[in-house]
Ligand binder design. Structure first.
Ligand code: AMP
Length: 180
């Protein structure tokens, strides 16, 4: 029997095709820098996933919430995982980082959002992609524009230009995590 897999006709080979995924990371409680570094490392180690790049590290004031400033970044990954499975993995990482959900927009030790899943548009009770609020947020659009300038327009950046946000460090802030 011929064991060669024909990627054009084999359904398993088709589902194994990697999707480029952009993840927003944020933290505003505890050791925020360490939480984001560990999260990037954990993302790089998810099954069927590789880390392709990380944005600069940003500091932003909370939007629609009180509490300490956030540290934020965006990571780009390639993954063979299905979107819902990947979301469950992200939530497990948030929980492992001590994430509590006492009320909406509460301060958080780690927040991981799926911003873009390839070119997919998903609208399910638990997952909406592109992320429904990403266009309102400088702390998403600025780092995303570094990694994927073709996915963020000048008009979108102009619309969030009034939001308080600084660059704290270039992409080397996450040094020690191998990117491919
Ligand atoms: P958050 O407070 O940002 O952690 O919100 C998490 C909730 O948003 C979870 O119940 C998710 O099921 C839901 N959700 C919907 N779309 C997304 C997305 N693109 N990325 C992450 N969580 C999402």
């Amino acid at each position: 029997m011929n064991a060669t897999i024909d990627a054009a006709t084999d359904p398993a080979a088709e589902t194994a095709a990697a999707t480029t995924v952009y993840i927003g990371l944020g933290a505003n409680l505890g050791d925020r820098g360490q939480a984001l570094r560990s999260a990037v490392q954990a993302l790089a180690g998810l099954p069927g996933t590789r880390l392709c790049g990380v944005s600069s590290l940003y500091r932003s004031a909370p939007v629609d919430a009180s509490g300490p400033d956030y540290l934020n970044a965006v990571a780009v990954l390639e993954t063979n995982a299905a979107p819902q499975d990947f979301l469950a993995r992200l939530q497990a990482l948030e929980n492992a980082a001590g994430r509590q959900r006492p009320y909406r927009n509460a301060p958080r030790t780690l927040d991981l959002d799926i911003l873009l899943w390839g070119d997919a548009r998903l609208d399910t009770p638990t997952l909406t992609v592109p992320h429904p609020r990403m266009e309102e947020r400088a702390f998403v659009l600025r780092p995303l524009a570094e990694l994927a300038p073709q996915r963020v327009t000048a008009a979108q950046l102009a619309a969030v230009a009034g939001q308080a946000i600084d660059v704290l460090a270039g992409p080397q802030w996450v040094e020690g995590v191998a990117t491919l």
